[in-house]
Design a protein. Structure first.
Ligand SMILES: [Zn+2]
Length: 305
């Protein structure tokens, strides 16, 4: 039995300690909210190379950024060292390059070249780089984009799909809904939109029972005809006859802008722009937002509101 939107969050989901909520910033800051798709051998428009991704993490770390999830941003839970700045890293489309297993002698290990493998290795060497990122997943897409690979795509077995999703939650990563199979929501009927989104939530719930999905990423950044359906809706599962309700606290868009995400008064959590990391644009983005960079500890010292 699926339980959607129950309040009984599994303890594993709350892997990070509950922190006192920081006050809202009173200045228009900028935060980098990054977007990755494929992780592979080479760099291209939609793909980041393994080495490029490693360099990105090092660059962020060296520039004083530490990762938080979208949910932490919403809750202003900046569990990062004083003086550091938050960065939100998001992964879309649940490809095997983001999270793959290698099986040897019946034993599974995380592929050290997958994004999760690279991230965990970086965290081991830099303990204040925590396992905090947001994975916007597809659960029923083709070509291995179903919970990080199935039916042998890139060597990934279907049986590994739910354990991968569960592992991410246990580590403190956030699970975000990116619909069932990445349908263009602008071309769907209202009922089609609600089915795509509901089934995404339902699939996450089947991996982590009771997980409250708070963040939704629009496929291709395209809004449904009725924008409100991206935030909340209902779908009746014909198999069980049960109604599935979804309601999100944050909606992620797609943008190529190198301006960072405005953060401060008027921060619109229901239309959050992100920057896709391509080529050497990460350094340029960090340069661009430096004058308005957000440091939660400093903002707190400036006075609560
Ligand atoms: Zn996508």
């Amino acid at each position: 039995m699926h339980r959607i939107r129950t309040l009984g969050l599994a303890a594993v989901v709350m892997a990070h300690p509950a922190l006192a909520q920081a006050p809202a910033p009173s200045l228009p800051y900028k935060i980098p909210i990054l977007q990755y798709h494929l992780i592979g051998d080479t760099d291209s428009r939609w793909k980041r190379s393994h080495d490029g991704f490693r360099r990105d993490l090092q660059l962020l770390y060296d520039r004083g950024y530490r990762p938080i999830t979208v949910s932490q941003l919403l809750d202003r839970q900046f569990d990062i060292p004083p003086g550091m700045s938050p960065v939100v890293v998001t992964f879309d489309d649940a490809s095997p390059g983001q999270f793959s297993y290698i099986e040897r002698d019946g034993k599974l290990t995380i592929d050290p070249n997958s994004a999760v493998g690279i991230w965990l290795d970086f965290s081991r060497r830099h303990p204040d780089w925590k396992t905090r990122a947001t994975f916007c997943v597809l659960s029923g897409a083709n070509d291995g984009h179903s919970f990080f690979g199935d039916t042998g795509v890139a060597g990934q077995k279907s049986a590994w799909r739910l354990p991968k999703v569960r592992f991410l939650a246990q580590q403190g990563f956030e699970l975000c809904n990116h619909t069932l199979w990445h349908a263009r929501l602008d071309r769907q009927s209202d009922a089609g939109v609600e089915e795509q989104v509901s089934r995404g939530d339902l699939a996450i719930d089947s991996a982590v029972a009771g997980y409250r999905v708070r963040t939704f990423a629009l496929p291709l950044g395209l809004w449904p005809k009725h924008r409100a359906l991206a935030r909340a809706g209902t779908w009746r599962d014909p198999k069980s006859g049960r109604a599935v309700n979804y309601r999100f606290d944050a909606i992620l868009e797609v943008t190529g802008a190198l301006q960072g995400t405005p953060y401060g008064p008027g921060f619109d959590r229901l239309a959050i722009p992100r920057t896709q990391v391509i080529g050497d644009n990460l350094g340029k983005l960090l340069d661009a937002i430096e004058p308005r960079r957000f440091r939660p500890a400093a903002a707190r010292a400036a006075g609560p509101r």
